[in-house]
Design a binder for this molecule. Sequence first.
Ligand SMILES: Cc1cc2nc3c(=O)[nH]c(=O)nc-3n(C[C@H](O)[C@H](O)[C@H](O)COP(=O)(O)OP(=O)(O)OC[C@H]3O[C@@H](n4cnc5c(N)ncnc54)[C@H](O)[C@@H]3O)c2cc1C
Length: 402
Amino acid sequence: MSHPVAVIGAGPYGLSTAAHLRARGLPVRVFGEPMASWRSHMPAGMVLKSTPVASSIDAPQPGHQLADYCDAAGIKRLVADDDLIEIETFVAYGTWFQERLVPGLERVRVVSVDRRTAGGFEIKLDSGEQFTARAVVVATGLSGFARLPAELAAAVPDGPTPTGPVSHSSQHAGLDRFADRELIVVGAGQSALEGAVLAAEAGARVRLVARTTPGFGGPPWEQPRLRPRSPFGRAWSLYAISYHAHLYRHLPPQARHYLVHRILGPLGAWWLHDRFEGRVEVTEVREITGAAVADGRPELTVRTPGGRLREIAADHVLAATGYRVDLAALDFIGHALRARLAVSRGTPKLGAGYCSSVPGLYFTGLPAAASYGPAMRFVCGTEAASPRLVRHLVRAHGADSG
Ligand SMILES: Cc1cc2nc3c(=O)[nH]c(=O)nc-3n(C[C@H](O)[C@H](O)[C@H](O)COP(=O)(O)OP(=O)(O)OC[C@H]3O[C@@H](n4cnc5c(N)ncnc54)[C@H](O)[C@@H]3O)c2cc1C
């Protein structure tokens, strides 16, 4: 019997990898909720920060780009750098991609992955089924990696919740619930700035608490002409991480870990600036020193840039404080397998072809960013990742050894 490759995850990276594997004729089983992060963990009304050229899911054959979906759906063709992509359009594009190239997707969770002594991997599903895979691709994206700073976590011992005093931005599929309420948004990246704007537009009184003055990028027509073009804009660094992602893992570890956060760091989209100004009050702080809940209302203690301590209260605190890769959060990876995985600062150390230190176990998307660079944090990174990963997997495991 020919054991399949298991792809865990049905977001842009899982779908793209699965499409490439199927095109190479390998048996593949793909697990997950299609476009789950986009459907359930980002706010309705959101607009993608990435431009159309940076928002296609890589496919093995032509005809599956965002513009192709627009043609098929009979909607405005999104191609120019200043064409804005609404999240609803992107979810529909991902679903269309899945239906065409990854039919038979299994909407079940993988609950454990372990290595078999006879070769291959033992996979358990939450349906109760158990089977053997010749190789495994982990494409679970943002799942499990939401980061809540310790000062905020201390205020909610039972964890953040959308209906409690403190939540994480990933816990909201819409921000209408904050209409007529006082909301503190913590953070300075696109997710914080756009979340603040969406809540304010829904009728909330919003204060953004951040360690820097919120910054916004320039519009596409103001990009420097003499620098090379990349899906992320014109700059040598962006060109390098887009088209030479495979070289990133050869940089020294300190440089890799530094650059993965630094390049394409927190900055609002150019089109958000006008919607933000005048709608959201900004409180710049040196740090948040503590948080507490009194009578159900969260209260932050902050140190001002001048060094004074100050209290700020609201009905709710929304922490748009991002994501941090930590393999410990991927609880489906069995203990024996985990013990054999080489890890650097919580992230899997990947070699050629996105393969981990365990032959046959691959990581793509966000967990691959510390090895393959910041492009892996974005949809357009599928273009660098999927063909390379699949070439490696086919060479190493094309003939079933399990
Ligand atoms: C607010 C916000 C805005 C963003 N905007 C942009 C943007 O404009 N442009 C851009 O390029 N990127 C953007 N990103 C980044 C974007 O989320 C990622 O680039 C992309 O979603 C990564 O895709 P993925 O396939 O790796 O993972 P995800 O999209 O996170 O998908 C994860 C998949 O894994 C599945 N899964 C998880 N655990 C299991 C399990 N145990 N068993 C089975 N399945 C499992 C889920 O069901 C889901 O299908 C944004 C992120 C956020 C938070």
